[in-house]
Write a protein that binds this ligand. Structure first.
Ligand SMILES: NC(=O)c1ccc[n+]([C@@H]2O[C@H](COP(=O)([O-])OP(=O)(O)OC[C@H]3O[C@@H](n4cnc5c(N)ncnc54)[C@H](OP(=O)(O)O)[C@@H]3O)[C@@H](O)[C@H]2O)c1
Length: 289
């Protein structure tokens, strides 16, 4: 199996790095070529463009920002799309709406390509450690073909059924993540406002029944005032919009998420979009006047 990886951003670079670390001979491509240099230094081959990448591989893993990026990279809705993707298996690992993914599957099948949805749970640090949690959906033969590759980037992978059930699972997981981290930021601000000993608060939270890898990681960032992005705030807002749209379509209320949505939008408007999602604390501070 010849493997290509497209989209070398915050997540894509460490994910492709996991493949290289496990000895996969990888061709990579990124719109901004310079972002491929660290992987080339580790043995990946940098393709000169998407046509060259598609020529060099049978399976293309994409870790791109959104559906527009996937369409642009695959040349979807252009004359050459069918010819360039035919015979390939496209593995869509970024987060998009389930509806988008279902329509991409239809187009790829019509063009003679296979399609697998493989969104991941976990941010930059689990990606660097190869400890993401992968969700897989699609035609079973194609899923079985690519699962060993996805396994190399993940602590666990789970089969979700047909497209778009992996992405819908991912949105359910992210609904919990967003409300969890926003609740943590609100608790931290509450503790600060009451002049509590913050180190004690942190130790109690880390030892208590709600502690998790996410709460401990985000708490450490709040303690250190470290807002460098692991899960970028504007990306969280994008996810929030996707979840809200899916919830509305299914007729299920999301009152907690709706509050989070406002807070993340406020934090982005304050200029924190490029920082980590814990920067939502700035929206809470701003509301205090
Ligand atoms: N960060 C997380 O914690 C996390 C966790 C799980 C899932 N996700 C999802 O994974 C995906 C990637 O996230 P990320 O954090 O890695 O994002 P990122 O750092 O912003 O990287 C986005 C990638 O998409 C490429 N891209 C964007 N627009 C493009 C276009 N029009 N044409 C070609 N390439 C384009 C970028 O290329 P350039 O380098 O040229 O800009 C870059 O390679 C998103 O869907 C996100 O929701 C993120």
């Amino acid at each position: 199996m010849r493997v290509g990886f497209v989209g070398l951003g915050t997540m894509g670079t460490p994910m492709a790095g996991s493949l290289v670390r496990h000895g996969v001979e990888l061709a990579v491509w990124n719109r901004t070529a310079a972002r491929g240099e660290p992987l080339v230094a580790r043995g990946a081959a940098l393709a000169t463009g998407m046509p060259a990448l598609l020529d060099a591989c049978d399976v293309v893993l994409t870790m791109l920002a959104d559906g527009d990026a996937v369409d642009a990279v695959l040349g979807r809705r252009t004359g050459g799309f069918d010819r360039s993707v035919a015979g390939h298996t496209v593995v869509h690992m970024g987060t998009t709406s389930p509806d988008y993914s279902a329509s991409l599957e239809r187009d790829l099948r019509a063009a003679g390509a296979s399609y697998v949805e493989a969104p991941v749970s976990g941010s930059r640090v689990p990606a660097e450690r190869g400890e993401l949690v992968g969700m897989l959906a699609g035609d079973r033969a194609a899923v079985d073909r690519v699962r060993p590759l996805v396994d190399l980037m993940c602590r666990e992978t789970h089969l979700c059924g047909r497209v778009p059930r992996a992405l819908t699972t991912k949105l359910a997981v992210n609904l919990f993540l967003i409300t969890l981290v926003t609740g943590l930021a609100e608790a931290w601000r509450f503790a600060e406002a009451h002049d509590l000993d913050l180190d004690t608060v942190r130790r109690v939270l880390d030892a208590g029944p709600m502690a998790s890898a996410v709460s401990a990681g985000k708490l450490a960032k709040l303690v250190a005032g470290d807002f460098e992005a692991q899960a970028g705030l504007s990306d969280v807002l994008y996810n929030n919009v996707l979840i809200s749209a899916s919830a509305r379509a299914a007729g299920t209320p999301t009152p907690l998420l709706d509050q989070c949505h406002r807070l993340y939008a406020e934090a982005q408007a304050l200029g924190h979009g490029g920082e980590d999602m814990v920067s939502v604390i700035h929206a809470l501070q701003a509301r205090e006047g």
